[in-house]
Design a protein around this ligand. Structure first.
Ligand code: PMV
Length: 338
């Protein structure tokens, strides 16, 4: 079985979404591929391509919850396997309580983990899809179940996680995520959005950044108003996207970036990149995701302008991974279709 999962970037509302505000995210034409087979022995064997992690293979025994036969002992790889084991456990409890199988998986990613493009959510979504497809027929699998179980997986492994990444990646396209419901409303835009997406090395983990923001918000009543302001930007952005008002979307991206900066999550490199891209005519540019470096996005006027912005960002040391939006979420594909 081959599962194809898009990565994602956040357009509006990161961090505030952790406090119940809505957010807008979109999937990228950039995928994690998971080739997998189920086995009777209760083990999880994961092989990685070397872009994702500097390790090749890790093995986990489901009967005694122990790692074994690891080629290299690596904490990040173990964390990845904890997403996988948790997702499989939740899926089996949901659809076949008491049943336990093993899985052999080969994970291939075009980007390293932890740069703010949703690799861990993609692994949770891929694993949940794999497990559901093992026990159920395609017609029985609802995307809402994939999203729900993958979000739960992230909450268990990370402690705190909004549904933004898992819901966006499951359904695909530009999505307005309301964490209260949770729902992932599609936002069809009448005009093409020329978004470019890149990243710089991330200096802190998402967990540390989320906890720093939490401390800041507790420190003053005024700080907590930033979350409300981000929530209001997201609502205005939702209608601007539906109307295809690129100028206003750009202004709102810049405002959102300023508020992320107030929350203390914008890195020095991102200051330079975002300001230079605006100087090069970007309608808007912002840090995307938890911050501390990591992903950023910019809105170009047209395709040609997007290519210029791409070269500007690359000259500043960033890696550009995508221009444009992917409209499809997680898919089970036959090998011949790849
Ligand atoms: O940078 P990422 O992909 O880890 O995004 C984190 C987004 C936050 O809003 C900061 C956290 C969350 O769970 O939504």
């Amino acid at each position: 079985m081959l599962i194809k999962v898009p990565l994602k970037a956040t357009l509006f509302g990161e961090h505030a979404v952790v406090y119940g505000k809505p957010a807008i995210a979109f999937t990228l034409p950039l995928h994690i591929l998971v080739e997998a087979m189920d086995v009777h022995e209760q083990k999880i064997v994961v092989e990685f391509n070397n872009v994702l992690l500097p390790i090749r293979k890790i093995e986990f025994n489901r009967e005694d919850n122990l790692f074994s036969k690891t080629e290299v002992d690596n904490d990040v790889a173990k964390r990845f396997v904890s997403y996988i084991a948790t997702a499989i456990g939740l899926c089996e409890d949901e659809v076949k309580p008491g049943r336990r199988r093993g899985f052999i998986m080969y994970l291939k990613s075009p980007v390293p983990t932890g740069v703010g493009l949703g690799t861990s959510a993609a692994v949770s979504v891929a694993t949940t899809t794999l497990c559901l497809s093992t026990y159920l027929s395609t017609t029985e699998i609802e995307k809402s179940l994939i999203a729900k179980l993958s979000w739960r997986t992230e909450q268990i492994v990370q402690g705190v996680a909004s549904p933004m990444d898992t819901y966006t990646i499951t359904f695909g396209g530009i999505r307005y995520i309301d964490p209260a419901t949770p729902k992932a409303e599609p936002l069809p835009t009448p005009t093409k959005m020329n978004l470019i997406v890149g990243y710089t090395p991330k200096k802190s983990t998402t967990a540390v950044l989320v906890s720093n923001v939490k401390k800041l918000l507790k420190s003053s009543i005024s700080a907590s108003k930033i979350v409300d302001a981000i929530g209001s930007i997201v609502e205005e952005a939702r209608s601007s996207i539906l109307q295809g008002d690129a100028e206003r979307i750009g202004i709102l991206m810049n405002l959102n970036h300023g508020l992320l900066d107030s929350l203390g999550v914008v890195s020095l490199e991102h200051h330079t990149i975002v300001n230079t891209l605006r100087g090069a005519g970007a309608l808007g540019a912002k840090t995307s995701g938890a911050g501390g470096g990591g992903a950023f996005i910019a809105l170009a006027r047209d395709e040609e302008h997007a290519n210029i912005l791409k070269r500007v960002a690359e000259a500043l040391g960033a890696t550009i991974v995508a221009t444009g939006i992917e409209s499809t979420g997680v898919e089970v594909v036959e090998k011949g279709e790849m």
